[in-house]
Design a protein around this ligand. Structure first.
Ligand code: AMP
Ligand code: GLY
Length: 422
């Protein structure tokens, strides 16, 4: 089989490495892929969002199955466009990807179907939003409606900060049209859990839970990033909580999407907060998380391509989806200065004996060498019997990888370790 993976980050690298395990796979193309992915797939320089070019490529190369991994091509309708040419795909159609593409849509969906989430108000003009903030409780959370490269959420500690966020989104348009509408919502507290789930619109199978580390600095300080590391499973996510989420959140979401005529097929990502009043949805994503995928897929014992195809064929209920009961830890190595400005172009050296568990995100090939080309450069995963061992092993691998200006958090997994000891 010839497989096409659309995207080019650490998540896509993890998906590709797992798909490669299937013996029927002859060839994998990555669009655009990156300098590290090039070791596992043929990378072709077509942007994930250039949907016409992606479709032309898939047709010309007689692709048997395509995986669309990132949010933006999904929201733009890449799956619909590939399906229109008869290419089976993993990923939701455009009308279902809106669950991530519009926060106003997802909040209204949850309200309509009684799915627990933070209280909220929607605004389509700055004047009303600013007026509302005069009396709103703080801290408060301001969210741009549309996609904003993971930066569209501002936790405002004061009313002034909240107003500033509204002005920058709605008047200065820092996120373009994504800020035409905004959601202002209740600030919730509690441990956060990411749960990715396979669903074919009939059956939903949650994957092993995970914990992201979003802030740039140790002890959750500094700016928000795309994610500096992950562990799986997440110790806060007990069996009891998992059952409650299945009943009150996961299955109701699948049903709600069906009732809206927007059947969701693919990987549905639940960003949850375990509040004192029970688990609540912080956000939905219409895709695999990054860097959650880099700990979740290494724990998948079943064949990924088979599971993905069963989602496409709506036979997930008959397909085994088995996870190991081990623990995984992924540490992201970034360029110093990320998420702000940083230098790039430094050569990366990864010893052969650990390259299997290295997922490259921001690297390019230059004169036959791999060099840094992004903020998050790569993720290193270790899978071990205990969380403690997984963390230790991941950091041992990190120490073996060299590139100038590298930066990584030293405390990935420590919060999970503390929760384990409680
Ligand atoms: P998102 O970009 O939607 O993943 O949000 C980024 C982060 O903002 C989340 O991981 C939470 O830590 C935080 N966040 C979002 N919504 C809320 C909320 N209602 N209360 C508290 N924190 C929130
Ligand atoms: N790790 C969070 C995300 O993928 O959105």
């Amino acid at each position: 089989m010839k497989i096409l993976v659309v995207g080019g980050g650490g998540r896509e690298h993890a998906i590709i490495k797992k798909i490669k395990e299937n013996k029927n796979v002859e060839k994998i193309f990555a669009l655009p892929g990156n300098g590290g992915i090039a070791a596992d797939a043929e990378c072709v320089n077509i942007k994930a969002t250039d949907i016409d070019l992606v479709v032309d490529f898939a047709v010309e190369n007689k692709i048997d199955y395509a995986v669309v991994a990132p949010d933006d091509p999904l929201v733009l309708g890449a799956v619909d466009a590939l399906q229109a040419k008869g290419i089976p795909c993993f990923g939701p159609n455009k009308n279902a990807a809106i669950i991530e593409g519009s926060k106003v849509f997802s909040k209204n969906l949850m309200k309509k179907y009684g799915i627990p989430t933070a209280e909220y108000e929607v605004f389509d003009n700055a004047e009303n939003a600013l007026k509302y903030l005069e009396t709103a409780p703080v801290p408060t959370v301001i969210k741009a409606d549309g996609l904003a490269l993971g930066k569209g959420v501002i936790i405002a500690q004061s009313r002034e900060e909240a107003k500033e966020a509204v002005r920058s989104m709605m008047l200065d348009k820092v996120f373009g049209n994504s800020g035409n509408n905004i959601v202002i919502e209740e600030f919730l507290t509690g441990p956060e859990v990411s749960v990715l789930a396979f669903t074919d619109g009939k059956t939903l199978v949650p994957m092993v839970s995970s914990m992201d580390h979003k802030r740039a600095g140790d002890n959750d300080t500094g700016l928000n990033t795309g994610g500096m590391g992950t562990v799986a499973p997440n110790p806060y996510y007990t069996e009891t909580i998992a059952k409650e989420c299945m009943k009150k959140i996961f299955l109701p979401t699948v049903d709600a999407m069906n009732k809206e005529g927007r059947t969701f097929k693919g990987c549905l990502y639940f960003g949850l907060m375990l509040t004192e009043k029970g688990p609540k949805v912080i956000e939905y994503n219409c895709r695999f998380g990054d860097p959650e995928t880099q700990v979740v897929l290494p724990l998948l014992e079943s064949d990924l391509l088979t599971v993905m195809q069963s989602v496409t064929n709506e036979t997930l209920s008959e397909t085994e989806v088995k996870f190991s009961d081990k623990n995984a830890c992924c540490v992201i190595m970034a360029s110093k200065g990320y998420p702000q400005s940083y230098e790039k172009g430094f050569e990366i050296s990864v010893p052969d004996d650990i390259s299997d568990s290295v997922y490259v995100a921001g690297a390019a090939l230059k004169d036959g060498k791999i060099v840094t080309s992004g903020g998050r450069v790569l993720g290193v995963t270790a899978v071990e019997d205990t969380l403690e061992e997984a963390i230790e092993k991941a950091y041992k691998k990190v120490e073996k990888i060299k590139f100038e200006n590298s930066y990584y958090r030293k405390d990935i997994g420590q919060r999970a370790m503390a929760a384990n000891k409680k």
